[in-house]
Design a protein around this ligand. Structure first.
Ligand SMILES: [Mg+2]
Length: 365
């Protein structure tokens, strides 16, 4: 078996896709998003994985990671993951190296499912048929009309029972923006806010108290995710019914363990395109289980649909505007929200994604 399923080729290509308008959150601005797509081939099958990261990791994947896993048995996913982690020891694992490992790991899992002739969800084992999606955008660069239109569409047309908006760039304007969003989505949907670490501790607490009457039930990164004591303060003192969510910068299991040990969050967020792919996401899910904390998937909805339907405590997937758009543009089989839910396509092999090469080519970075 191992000779037949030995990895023959690993390739990586970056695509840079301009946003459909200026975008910003509480701490950065951007006008394009780069996705790095990895392909791993064995025995006539090709697995596909991806991460949202800098284009520079394509050469790292091809010159450092690819030789490390060449001829490894594609079915031995855990062993390959361990090899990748050991390979980056001296360059530093968190950040770009972890993003590169994540994309390769996803491609290897996709390849394994294809070699076995099953979907990824069947390979992992299903815990639920579908998972709730929350619409995520509401950028601080949007005017009120655009904010209303985007958030309202997710609730009224796509059936999402929650949406998320960015706050923190102009703190004085935030309560009014949140009020505008609440008006647009009606009384029944949950409203999430994400400060991307823009507030100071007591500023964040004051904001939480101010917007709680507007039905804000989720406050993401109220302070820097590096300030675990500050997050703990917010978790303990935010109004009842408002959850503190954090974890998107988790690049390994140790990071999630530290967050959970600190009591820093009510919801643990994990991003398989950063935290080690399928293998790393399963580790984050196990930690969330052990701490009895709900798990939420950060961005990359076409990947996280399968993963969140295969782990115990997943509560939702972030249907991030930029990534949902890019995945629709680049992948045949990209997941889309129906009735507020995302559902894996069990009739397709692996993740169920095929790169639309001709469409993607014009964005090659
Ligand atoms: Mg966030």
């Amino acid at each position: 078996m191992s000779r037949d399923s030995g990895i023959q080729r690993v390739s990586a290509t970056a695509y840079r896709i301009p946003t459909d308008g200026p975008e910003s959150d509480g701490t950065i601005r951007w006008s394009a998003t780069t996705i790095v797509v990895v392909e791993v081939a064995a025995a006539e099958a090709v697995g596909i994985g991806y991460t949202y990261a800098d284009a520079s990791i394509t050469s790292f994947i091809q010159t450092v990671l690819a030789p490390a896993v060449s001829r490894c048995d594609a079915l031995a996913t855990t062993g390959i993951y361990d090899t990748l982690v050991h390979t980056v020891r001296n360059v530093g694992r968190p950040g770009l190296a972890a993003a590169a490992i994540s994309a390769v790991d996803v491609a290897v899992w996709d390849l394994k499912a294809r070699l076995l002739g099953v979907s990824l969800i069947s390979l992992l084992g299903r815990t639920r048929a579908r998972v709730a999606a929350y619409g995520s955008g509401g950028f601080t660069s949007y005017d009120d009309a655009r904010l209303r239109e985007q958030l309202g569409r997710w609730v009224h047309e796509d059936g999402c029972n929650a949406v998320k908006m960015k706050v923190g760039r102009e703190p004085a304007r935030d309560p009014d923006r949140v009020g505008t969003a609440r008006q647009a989505i009606g009384d029944d949907a949950e409203l999430f806010v994400d400060a991307n670490g823009a507030y100071e501790r007591k500023q964040a607490l004051a904001f939480a108290e101010r917007v709680a009457p507007l039905g804000v039930t989720w406050f993401e990164e109220p302070v820097s995710s590096d300030d675990r004591e500050g997050l703990r303060l917010l978790r303990d003192r935010a109004p009842a019914g408002m959850r503190i969510a954090v974890g998107e910068y988790g690049y390994d299991a140790f990071y999630f363990r530290r967050l959970l040990e600190s009591g820093a969050c009510d919801v643990l967020q994990a991003d398989a395109t950063r935290c080690g792919g399928v293998t790393g996401f399963l580790q984050a899910a196990a930690l969330a289980d052990a701490w009895n904390v709900p798990l939420s998937a950060h961005t990359a909805p076409s990947l996280h649909t399968s993963l969140c339907c295969a782990v115990g405590r997943a509560i939702n997937v972030e249907y991030f505007y930029d990534h949902a758009r890019i995945e629709r543009m680049l992948f045949d089989g990209a997941r889309q929200v129906h009735d507020g839910q995302l559902e894996p396509d069990d009739s397709r092999l692996g993740l169920g994604l095929e790169l639309k090469r001709r469409d993607a080519a014009r964005f090659a970075a």
